[in-house]
Design a protein around this ligand. Structure first.
Ligand code: C2O
Ligand code: CU
Length: 552
């Protein structure tokens, strides 16, 4: 294993991600941030300096367990204090498992501002992946608004709430086209054909492939809002990895991908070599108002400037949830993967609702809308600072009379900052229960992401979860993941072992939803956490504690 050192500066810069100039949050002058490549077992040292003039920053390493380093998880108010302008924080952690990951800002709406990049962990020297490929490409997917993330934040927190709407552009590796389309020739919309030289910041990546080879495509979705569907014209794909865990190979002609998920897919270049093909990314799960993102798969030696002669692949209808459910439920663990414990020690049922608090639109879990405290949980729990957050236990379930198929009879809710304290090394079931939103006949998709752990996805169901549904759980080959979706009006059952000392966020990965309170905090084994670096504690009550210790 190696130590890999990086020196990063986060700053605002002018950039034209979709050919329209804007201000993005970049790292070392790059957008998206630099791609990290490491091997399983390596230790990463990322020295992060905040060059934003007037706001704090943190970076979360999405999918990395942070076992033994919970203070390096990069979640403001949970694992550490935000890094102030001009200050440097060193993230030191081990990447213990090969797979496709990414990193992103986890303070306010800094992911929407463009703070993200890829993190790829290859197998250790001498180890082999359980599949073969000749080359690989990496696609980091995101969505982009022309309104700044600060303005979005104010809009969402206004009374009445002003919804941010659908993104203007989908980006692939930080590149998209707002004013033109690569495939205007094939569409009946009024958009004009793009006329790009290739050197523009918004010029699409081109994937150059040789005929009759197998390629690995690593895909991660860092979208703020959009659920996506990806397809390669004329080519089948085989899913082999999700969230850093191997899958039973699953062959598809297109795939859904939700915010917070990562995949590896294999495809073989077995099509006519004198042509090029489209790779398309489209919005699903919400009525789309954003054009497809497109890139070209170029068969060498065909010229990359030859446009494919067929229209780009079209995604299944945005509201074809049966399609999505069937896609998701066929994702299963590779034979030989770790199996879930047969029984759970505790089952927490989390109802997802949209609510009003004094006229403000919020999301709540069992009627509590998460508000992050000034002192990060990790430090306040470790040092027993009792005034740092609500000590009332958040509810384990919701009322038996609640009808998930209709708007709530009482749409009010309250703010909360409580923690689900989990007994160390116990097995926890979480049932995520979807419900109707404020408006009748509306229930949205929410991709839930857990920090510090992978969970087994035991099953999906429709309507209200009932203890009898347990008989439907897949205990044989459920996939291990760190993100799982709940479908409209449905439930999703997860199981994990609380074996990672620390305080961990569990939340909807749609950034505006998290911002409106859609999350909870789990903590376990915090007494086993070794000395937390002072730099992670220099705010709120932990800062006071440090000062008192110095003066004693
Ligand atoms: Cu990728 Cu807490 O998020
Ligand atoms: Cu959500």
């Amino acid at each position: 294993a190696k130590s890999r050192h990086f020196k990063w500066e986060v700053e605002y810069m002018h950039w034209a991600p979709d050919c329209v100039e804007a201000v993005v949050m970049g790292i070392n002058g790059q957008f998206p941030g630099p791609t990290i490549r490491a091997r399983a077992g390596d230790n990463l040292h990322i020295e992060l300096t905040n060059k934003l003039p007037t706001e704090g920053v943190v970076i979360h390493w999405h999918g990395i367990s942070q076992f033994g380093t919970p203070w390096a998880d990069g979640t403001a108010s949970i694992s550490q204090c935000a890094i102030n302008p001009g200050e440097t924080f060193v993230y030191r952690f081990k990447v213990d498992k090969a797979g496709t990951y990414f990193y992103h800002g986890h303070y306010g709406m800094q992911r929407s501002a463009g703070l993200y990049g890829s993190l790829i962990v290859e197998v250790t020297d001498g180890e082999k992946e359980p599949f073969h490929y000749d080359g690989e490409f990496n696609l980091l997917l995101s969505d982009w608004w022309h309104k700044s993330s600060h303005e979005q934040e104010v809009d969402l927190s206004s009374n009445p709430m002003r919804w941010i709407g659908e993104p203007q552009t989908l980006l692939i590796n930080g590149r998209g086209q707002f004013n033109c389309s690569l495939a205007a020739l094939f569409s009946n919309s009024s958009s004009s054909q793009c006329n790009l030289r290739g050197s523009e910041q918004c010029a699409p990546n081109i994937l150059h492939v040789l005929p009759n080879k197998t390629y690995r495509l690593r895909i991660a979705s860092s979208t703020a809002l959009a659920s996506l569907n990806l397809a390669i014209g004329n080519h089948k794909m085989t899913l082999v990895e999700a969230d850093g865990n191997y899958l039973e190979p699953y062959s598809v002609s297109n795939m859904d991908i939700y915010s917070g998920e990562t995949y590896s897919v294999l495809f073989t270049t077995d099509q006519e070599g004198s042509k090029n093909y489209w790779i398309s990314v489209s919005v699903r799960g919400r009525e789309p108002n954003t054009p497809q993102a497109l890139i070209i798969l170029n068969y060498i030696p065909t010229s990359a400037s030859n446009l494919p002669n067929l229209p780009p692949p079209v995604a299944p209808l945005w509201n074809d949830y049966n399609y999505s459910r069937s896609f998701s439920s066929k994702i299963l663990a590779l034979k030989g993967s770790p199996k879930p414990p047969k029984k759970h020690d505790r089952r927490i049922i989390l109802l997802n609702t949209q609510n009003l608090i004094d006229g403000y639109t919020k999301w709540a879990i069992n009627n509590l809308s998460l508000v992050l405290p000034a002192t990060p949980y990790l430090g306040s729990i470790r040092y027993g600072l009792n005034n740092a957050f609500d000590h009332k236990r958040p509810p384990e379930n919701f009322g038996p009379d609640y009808d998930v198929s209709k708007p709530a009879s009482n749409q009010n809710s309250t703010y909360g900052s409580g923690v689900y304290m989990l007994n160390f090394n116990t097995t926890i079931d979480v049932i995520l229960q979807n419900a109707n939103a404020l408006q009748a006949n509306v229930s949205e998709i929410h991709p839930w992401h857990l920090h510090g752990h992978d969970f087994w996805v035991l099953g999906y169901g429709e309507g209200r979860f009932n203890e009898k549904n347990e008989t439907q759980f897949n205990l044989k080959n459920p996939p291990l993941r760190n993100t799982a979706v709940i479908f409209p009006y449905g439930w999703t059952a997860l199981r994990f072992v609380a074996d990672n000392p620390g305080a961990w966020a569990f939340h909807c990965h749609i950034e505006p939803h998290l911002h409106m309170g859609m999350g909870v905090v789990f903590a376990e084994g915090v007494q086993h956490v070794k000395k937390i670096p002072n730099e992670a504690l220099a705010c709120g009550l932990t800062a006071k504690m440090l000062m008192n210790n110095v003066h004693k």
